[in-house]
Structures are given as structure tokens and as C-alpha cells.
Ligand binder design. Structure first.
Ligand code: ADP
Ligand code: ZN
Length: 745
């Protein structure tokens, strides 16, 4: 009798435990750690990952595993360990982390096989009269091969062309004239494979210095993270390419993360140009079958580098030598669902655990990364100049407050921008209009002194609520009435401002009826295909005015664009988010770089209510270091990242009163445990209504934990959560925990 074996299964459910099941003897050969399995729970069947196997029973009545999913597949031990870290750090269950880390999720998938037909002896069939020995239909089949002068063909094609029945095929096979065999189908990515080959550039002086440091770390196969700070066009990608080459040469493998794979077909092309089919492309819109084949390619050693979005950071390479995170400051690297991981941070942790070198590249690094470079966690490398010196566009600021007071113009377009657009349209040139819109909070602004009203406790802009004419701080909950005059300068006409792409679209259509206008933002982007269609229309010159949000700042290289207009540089500055200045700076720096990439000089017009705000002034000067210094001083003073760490705890539920009671209870628990455990370094901010107080039918309240380090804060939260769940209070709320939150709305 074989020994009884039991599997610990991590399920994709928010429960902290794993569940034990009996491995039936027929599954014993395929059930191994890392394999995916289907198991009964109550009256359902759910999928999970086997994370442990033992001969010891943990409880009396155990059920059996039903079957193994994707039998060839298993999650590697290194990635199971990484999932354990993720589950602890990001407060999700091990199963939730594994389902995210797994290339196939917890799905059932296998190779696709196709039937082929091979002629045994084509040469002998070429003799005259050879076909006479066969009945007509069988002869048709053989003639098919003769006419094409080929030995084999897919069964489907053969039958389609000749119209013969399965029995004809069987009869021929029985006679030994043909044989039927199976072959796997490669479900590859849709990016071009036959890219013209390129050779490495000779690096310039700055590139050489940066590459030498990376090269040294690679040759020692030692973990190290580099922050490569260089403006667009300074040669960062060339350094990624040469670093990868070095790693591949030594038998290692690499991962290259980009913020949004659909927007960067050029990046894929450049990597395939240098490394051919060793490059795989990974993104969320691949089918399960494509992912499966990608996984096989990796395991077989055919694919040695994966270029992809966020989740490519989990590529199962056994000898990972390099992880590149391009545009590391981009918010798309943070996942907005459980597990709420940040791909840049996971890249660093994975590099540390596997001894891989990590390169974070950006013209405007996240302040967290910049800070890490200055305290010695990362090594800073800079590329201060462009490779080819294209003339920089001329940049003008338009003060919208002055426009309002002097020109009595409260419209979306200043006179200056209007005339500039008209001029470009007449000349048949293309215009990009950019709306810096994040979220949809409203705020109050004084047009005379350019001040908004911020919270006395948090220094964060207060949000304007029409109902009750009140201002609310979404960090600490402080509320007050909208003042009748500006508290700073006494000006009487305070502006109530909000943003809308809708209104911009309507006004554009009205002001420029003859222009061909195209909107492009995350909401209207739709599928990859519709994106590529839009892209083609733009590059063919079928669009006069392109307008949209953040997407326009991401690496578009449109030569014919001569005018970039920024409709509102500063709306984001008033969002109740401590990263507003940073995001505004980085996005303006990038947008300004969009104009005049061709031969004609470009022009950038930035409309703003805050012409003297440092985010805008420093963006005009394209001076990251100056901006970072100012902003870091503020962050230190207001005790926010990178000097302090945050965990956001959001309670979401159906009835308003209930949700706030629950989160208040929870807040009390945090205070009690904080005192008991003597965690004086952890502050608890709130609870307060979230800036988006009501989402659908749900009310949202939030607490923030803040501390210089993560450890104490995570211990405190874990203790309070455990207690809270044990109380089993009525009126269930969903609790969303976000560690190192990026989105403060
Ligand atoms: P980034 O990634 O910083 O935007 P790239 O690596 O794309 O910069 O370089 C910008 C342009 O300069 C590209 O067209 C690239 O092929 C070219 N380039 C990069 N390095 C060199 C070099 N050492 N010599 C000549 N051209 C280079
Ligand atoms: Zn406040």
C-alpha cells in the first residue's frame, strides 16, 4: 500500500490559512509543490496552488483533491517564496499573491496540438499509374500532396481542400500510404519577429561611465539597484540593451518592464532588433494559450528576456540576471487590485533575493527612488544630455487668473492659446492639447493671490463640496464653511473650480468646427486594436487636434506636432494628494518634450492659475534636481514619503452610518494596541471620508497609518485586524489595505 500524502493548498480567497487535502493515489505522480489543483470547498470547487506536501494529517475529516490543472505547469520555489513575502508585506493571502504571481493564474491550460498528415513515400507516388491502385477519393488525397510536392500538411487544410471524409483518411492510413501525427501549435505574440538587426552603438562618455558601473555589478553577479536618471533621448535604452547583452552572454536572463506595453511598440522592436526571438512580449491582453506557450518558451530556454508591463516582473526565469524598470516613476506600476503591489518595489526585492542587477530608468524619478539613491540604497547614474541636440521648443506661460481679471475671459482657452491653435490649423500642422486631469475633486482658488485653501493640520488642499458650501480635508476629516473672501489677500471673487474632458470636447467642436479632432485618454482608449488604429490615423496626418490626458505624455514621438497646449497645468496641484506637485512636475516635463521633434521648431503654451508655483517653474526649466530638493524639504516637514511610510486602510460598505461606526471602532483598536505595544512612532490619521466619499452605492472612509519604518506599523495593523475580525461585528464592510499607497483618492 502506498503511503497517504496530504497537500496544503493556497486558495485564491482572502482567507489567511491554507487548506489540507488528501492527494488521491492517481494524482500522486503529478501533484508536486507549485502545481495547481482543483479542490472541493463546501459545495463548490475552487482552484489553488499546492504549497506543501506531507505525510501528516492536520485534521480528521479531509477531502480529496479533484484534479491537477495545467499538469505540466508549476510555480517555481523562488516565486512561491516571493509570494510569501508579498502576502506579508501587502496584507493579502498567500493564495491571492500566488494567483497574481503565477503566469497562468490558477487556470487549466495545456499545449494545443494539431493533427498533421504525412505521405510515407512521395517519390514512389510520382511514378506513372501509381495512383491507379487507389479508389478515387483516396487518390485525390495523394494527388494533393503530389501537386504541392510536399510530404506533409495539416489535416484540417487537407480535408478542406480535397473535401474527403475521415474514413477515406483512415483507410489510407491503414494501407500505410500516409500517417497521422500530432504537433504542437505555437501561440506567439502579435509583435513583428522579422525586425531588421541592429548593432550596439559606441557609447558616449556619459553612457560609458554609467555602463561601466552596471557592467561591474553584472560581472560579479551581485544584487545592486541603479537609478539611471536621464532625459528622454539621452541613451538610456541603449544602456539597457548593452546590459542585457552582457547578462545573456553569461547565461543569465532578463526582464524589461515598461509602463504600458501597448504604447511602446518601438521598445519591443529595439529589443528584437538586437536579440531576435530570444525576446518574448508579455501583457495582460495575451490569451491564456499565448501565456502558456510563453511559459514553455521560457522553461525551454528559448525565450531569455521578457519585455512587458507590470506583471512581467514575475517571469519564471531560473537564472535571472537583470531587471530593467523603464519610466520607473509611472503610476501604472502599482496594481489597483489585491495584491496591491508596486512592480518597481517587487523588482528590487526580487533582485535582492536572486542576486540580479536592477536598473530603474527615468527622466523624473519618483522621489522615493531619488531619496533611496541619496541614502545609498540605490546607486545614482546620470545622463545629463541628449544624444542628438534637437532645438528645444519655446515655452510660454499664460496666467489664467490675469486672463480672467484683465480680459474677462473665463473660457477654457486663453486668447493666446486660441490664436496659436488657429495659426497652426491654417498652416496645416498638428496640435496636441493636454488636460492634466486626475480624479474629479473640486476646489476653491483665489485668482488674485493664486492661493487655494488648505487644511491647517495637513497642509493638503481642502476639497470643495457644493452641498452645504463646505470645505473638507480628506486626510484628517476637518471641515469648514467656504469663506466669503480670500483669507490671504481679501479678494472677493473666489473661484470654484472643477475639471472636465467632456466640456473641453464640446468647446473644441464649437470653436474649431472644421478641424478633425481626436480624443485619447485611458477612458476612450479601448482595446489595443483601436489604439493602433488611432495611432495610424495620427501618423498619417488625418488628425488636426489630438487632445487627452496622461496618455499623451507617455513616450509619443510625433514629428509633425508643432504646438502643444496644456489646458490646465495645475488642476492636479489642488487634488487632496501629497504627490500632486511631483506628478504635475513630471507630467509637464514630459509633455513639454513632445513638441518640435521634427525639423520645424515647436512651441509649448502652458495655461495655469499658478504661474509662480515651483512645480511649474521648475518644469519650465526642465530641472529635476532643483525640483526634487524643494519638494523633499516639504515632504520632510509634513512627514510624508519618502521620509515616512504610509499604509491606507479603507472601509467600504453599503450604509453610510454603519461604515463610519465600523472604521471608528477599528481606529480605537489601533489606538489601544498602539499604547499596549508602546508603538509611539506610529501615527494614526483619521478616520475621514475618502475624497471619493461615495462610489456607486458604497460609502468609503479611510484611515492612514504613518511611521518612519514599516515593521512596527505592520505589526500594529496585523494585531488590530485580528482583533477586529474576531469581534464579528454586524454589517459587513470591505476592508481594503493599501501599503505604500500611490492613489490617495
Ligand atoms: P532614451 O532611452 O534615454 O530615450 P535612447 O537609448 O532611445 O534614449 O537614445 C536616443 C537615440 O539615440 C536613439 O535613437 C538611439 O538609437 C541613439 N543612441 C543611443 N546611444 C547612442 C550612441 N552612443 N551613439 C549614437 N546614437 C545613440
Ligand atoms: Zn487635515
Amino acid at each position: 500500500m502506498t503511503e497517504m500524502l496530504y497537500a496544503d493548498l493556497a486558495l485564491n480567497l482572502p482567507t489567511p490559512n491554507t487548506y489540507q487535502y488528501i492527494i488521491p493515489s492517481n494524482l500522486q505522480p503529478v501533484a508536486r509543490v507549485g502545481a495547481l489543483a482543483l479542490a472541493p470547498i463546501q459545495n463548490r470547487r475552487v482552484a489553488g496552488c499546492i504549497v506543501g506536501i506531507s505525510g501528516e494529517k492536520k485534521c480528521e475529516s479531509l477531502k480529496e483533491l479533484k484534479r491537477i490543472l495545467s499538469p505540466d505547469f508549476a510555480i517555481e520555489p523562488e516565486l512561491i517564496e516571493l509570494s510569501r513575502w508579498m502576502s506579508r508585506y501587502y496584507f493579502c493571502s498567500l493564495g491571492e499573491a500566488l494567483a497574481c504571481v503565477s503566469f497562468l493564474g490558477f487556470n487549466d491550460c495545456r499545449q494545443r496540438m494539431e493533427k498533421w498528415v504525412r505521405v510515407k513515400d512521395l517519390a514512389s507516388l510520382k511514378r506513372p499509374d501509381a495512383l491507379d491502385a487507389f479508389p478515387t477519393r483516396q487518390a485525390d488525397v495523394l494527388r494533393f500532396f503530389l501537386q504541392r510536392n510536399t510530404d506533409f500538411e495539416k489535416l484540417g487544410i487537407l480535408r478542406g481542400e480535397t473535401g474527403v471524409s475521415p474514413s477515406t483518411i483512415r483507410a489510407l492510413a491503414k494501407k500505410g500510404a500516409i500517417e497521422i501525427f500530432q504537433s504542437t501549435v505555437e501561440r506567439g505574440d502579435e509583435y513583428p519577429h522579422d525586425v531588421p538587426a541592429t548593432i550596439p552603438f559606441e557609447l558616449n562618455e556619459q553612457q560609458s561611465a554609467a555602463f561601466a558601473a552596471i557592467h561591474a555589478a553584472i560581472s560579479e553577479s551581485r544584487y545592486k539597484t541603479f537609478l539611471l536618471n536621464g532625459v528622454t533621448g539621452s541613451g538610456k535604452t541603449e544602456i539597457y540593451l548593452q546590459s542585457l547583452d552582457e547578462v545573456l552572454r553569461r547565461g543569465g536572463q532578463g526582464i524589461v518592464l515598461v509602463p504600458e506595453i501597448a504604447l511602446t511598440p518601438q521598445t519591443v522592436e529595439r529589443f528584437r532588433g538586437r536579440f531576435g526571438d530570444r525576446i518574448g512580449v508579455y501583457h495582460s491582453q495575451l490569451t491564456l494559450g499565448q501565456k502558456y506557450d510563453m511559459w514553455r518558451g521560457i522553461v525551454a530556454g528559448k525565450i531569455q528576456c521578457l519585455v512587458g508591463a507590470r506583471s512581467a516582473v514575475f517571469a519564471p526565469f531560473p537564472r535571472l540576471g537583470l531587471i530593467v524598470v523603464d519610466e520607473e516613476h509611472e503610476t501604472t506600476y502599482k496594481q489597483n487590485d489585491t495584491p496591491r503591489y508596486h512592480a518597481r518595489d517587487v523588482a528590487v526585492v526580487r533582485g535582492m533575493r536572486t542576486g540580479a542587477v536592477v536598473i530603474l530608468g527615468s527622466a523624473t524619478p519618483a522621489l522615493e527612488s531619488w531619496h533611496n539613491a541619496h541614502i545609498g540604497k540605490f546607486t545614482l547614474l546620470t545622463l545629463p544630455e541628449r544624444i542628438r541636440q534637437a532645438p528645444l521648443p519655446s515655452v510660454t506661460l499664460v496666467d489664467l487668473g490675469e486672463e480672467l481679471i484683465k480680459n474677462k475671459n473665463a473660457g477654457i482657452f486663453s486668447l493666446r492659446l486660441m490664436t496659436a491653435i488657429e495659426k497652426r490649423l491654417e498652416a496645416g500642422e498638428q496640435v496636441i492639447l493636454f488636460l492634466n486631469r486626475r480624479g474629479f475633486a473640486n476646489f476653491i482658488l483665489c485668482p488674485a493671490c493664486h492661493k487655494s485653501i488648505s487644511c491647517e493640520h495637513c497642509s493638503i488642499t481642502m476639497t470643495y463640496h457644493k452641498v452645504g458650501e463646505r470645505l473638507v480635508c480628506h486626510y484628517c476629516g476637518e471641515q469648514k464653511a467656504v469663506p466669503s473672501v480670500c483669507p490671504q489677500c481679501g479678494h472677493e471673487n473666489l473661484l470654484r473650480l472643477g475639471v472636465g474632458t467632456q466640456r473641453l470636447e464640446e468647446e473644441l467642436a464649437e470653436k474649431f468646427p472644421a478641424a478633425r479632432i481626436l480624443r485619447m485618454d485611458a477612458d476612450s482608449l479601448g482595446s489595443r486594436k483601436s489604439f493602433l488604429e488611432k495611432w495610424r490615423a495620427i501618423t498619417k496626418g488625418e488628425v488636426d487636434i489630438l487632445f487627452g490626458t496622461q496618455i499623451l505624455a507617455k513616450g509619443f514621438d510625433l514629428a509633425p506636432v508643432t504646438l502643444v497646449g496644456v489646458i490646465s497645468a495645475d488642476h492636479a496641484l489642488f487634488l487632496p494628494d501629497f504627490r500632486s506637485s511631483e506628478r504635475t512636475f513630471s507630467i509637464l516635463t514630459q509633455v513639454a518634450g513632445r513638441a518640435g521633434r521634427g525639423d520645424k521648431p515647436g512651441e509649448v503654451i502652458i495655461q495655469t492659475y499658478l504661474p509662480r508655483h515651483y512645480s511649474i517653474v521648475d518644469a519650465l526649466a526642465q530641472d529635476y534636481a532643483v525640483f526634487a530638493k524643494r519638494e523633499l524639504a516639504i515632504r520632510r516637514a509634513i512627514r510624508f514619503p519618502p521620509y515616512f511610510r504610509l499604509i491606507s486602510v479603507l472601509f467600504q460598505g453599503k450604509k453610510g452610518g454603519g461604515v463610519s461606526e465600523h472604521i471608528n471602532r477599528f481606529g480605537n483598536l489601533l489606538h489601544i494596541f498602539g499604547n499596549q505595544m508602546r508603538l509611539t512612532g506610529v501615527s494614526i490619521l483619521g478616520p475621514a471620508p475618502s475624497p471619493i466619499e461615495k462610489l456607486g452605492d458604497h460609502y468609503r472612509y479611510r484611515l492612514l497609518l504613518r511611521s518612519e519604518g514599516m515593521g512596527d506599523m505592520q505589526r500594529l495593523l496585523r494585531a488590530a485586524l485580528e482583533k477586529y475580525h474576531s469581534l464579528k461585528l454586524k454589517g459587513a464592510c470591505r476592508i481594503i489595505i493599501d501599503v505604500d499607497p500611490q492613489d490617495m483618492l
